[in-house]
Write a protein that binds this ligand. Structure first.
Ligand SMILES: [Mn+2]
Length: 348
């Protein structure tokens, strides 16, 4: 048996940490002397202690370390991989926020050197061939592009209210102040409006872009999507807030399993009554010739990305392109409401 001091030295954990891990049930001493209360450790416990030390160095929370330590090595490996994938996803989100802040704070320097640009846009929303009503809403104006996909008993009013709450941003002249704050406040208001019309059992996704004259600011919550066609390539620029996407991020399922998953429409974040869910907010430097698509899952879950890419790249004007995308969804059975907003960045 090793004393706590000897065991601490051998495991590279401090005696203080060992006492804490004992209290948490993470690493229980082999024996506690009934008289002195001294903790005594079995040398065989060293391996577990070292694993704990490594996982701490990785930044894993103690509760999760306890789970990992109780698993067989193969299962433990999967958990560590999943934990790290989650860390990387979080870092990615923070990287976006950092980029946004850098852009915002350096705005004055970079402003106004480019060709004046504008957007040409079209919005189209369709009930599809199966649903009885259209609970989607889509909007496109000189500054605002938005798609919302309502769910629940008052899904239609919910999506309409979310977009209505943003419409003042489409009025001429952007509100003064930090765009980040403006957008966050607008989404907050949209959340309140949704709660007002939808109560607790309904809600909506919201994916919206605000044109500033040189950039597009994006707010996103739920599983509607934004895509960018640039240089002939198609990029998905939003991340679905779904249970299935999080499983995918953690490497627990494959992309093929994700598309067929029975719970693929289960949302982790949305604008709804109770939830104070945080939207993703990011800022895009646009380029002349960029083409943006906002769509509900009635398009993205029904039509293959390759076909969407083809239609966008064909270069028809926004109205016709939106129409063709909606037709494509309906030719694939039109199982859901489908909404598309297409916007091109052009020289003014
Ligand atoms: Mn939908």
């Amino acid at each position: 048996m090793l004393t706590i001091g000897a065991f601490a030295k051998a495991s590279r954990l401090s005696p203080k940490a060992l006492r804490l891990y004992d209290e948490l049930g993470l690493l229980t001493p082999a024996r506690v002397d009934p008289v002195t209360g001294y903790r005594l450790y079995d040398p065989a416990q060293l391996e577990r202690a070292r694993l704990v030390a490594w996982l701490r160095r990785l930044g894993m929370p103690l509760a999760r370390i306890r789970q990992v330590c109780d698993l067989e090595p193969a299962a433990a490996a999967r958990e560590v991989r999943a934990f790290w994938a989650q860390v990387e996803a979080d870092t990615e989100a923070r990287r976006e926020l950092a980029r946004f802040l850098v852009d915002h704070l350096s705005e004055e320097e970079s402003a106004m050197s480019n060709v004046p640009m504008g957007i040409r846009y079209a919005a189209l929303s369709d009930t599809g061939l199966v649903r009885e009503s259209n609970q989607d809403a889509a909007y496109a104006g000189t500054r605002l592009l938005a798609v919302a996909d309502g769910y629940g008993s008052a899904g239609g009013p919910a999506s309409a209210a979310a977009i209505e709450a943003l419409r003042h941003l489409d009025a001429d002249g952007l509100p003064a102040g930090n765009l980040l704050n403006v957008l966050e406040e607008a989404v907050h208001e949209a959340g309140r409006a949704v709660h007002h019309v939808a109560g607790d059992d309904a809600g909506t996704t919201l994916t919206a872009m605000l044109w500033t004259g040189s950039r597009l600011a994006l707010v996103h919550i739920g599983d509607s999507r934004a895509y960018l066609l640039r240089g002939g390539e198609l990029f998905q620029i939003t991340h679905d807030h779904t249970f299935v996407q999080s499983m995918l991020d953690e490497g627990r399922i494959s992309p093929e399993e994700a598309t067929a998953h029975p719970q693929r429409s289960m949302l982790l974040r949305a604008l709804s009554g109770g939830a104070g869910a945080t939207p993703d907010i990011r800022l895009h430097d646009v380029r002349l010739g960029d083409r943006y698509l906002l769509c509900s899952d009635g398009l993205s879950a029904v039509v293959a990305a390759g076909s969407v890419h083809e239609v966008l790249a064909a270069g028809a004007d926004p109205e016709r392109t939106a129409r063709e995308l909606v037709d494509l969804a309906n030719r694939s059975g039109g199982p859901d409401n489908v909404s598309c907003v297409v916007a091109d960045v052009v020289a003014e």
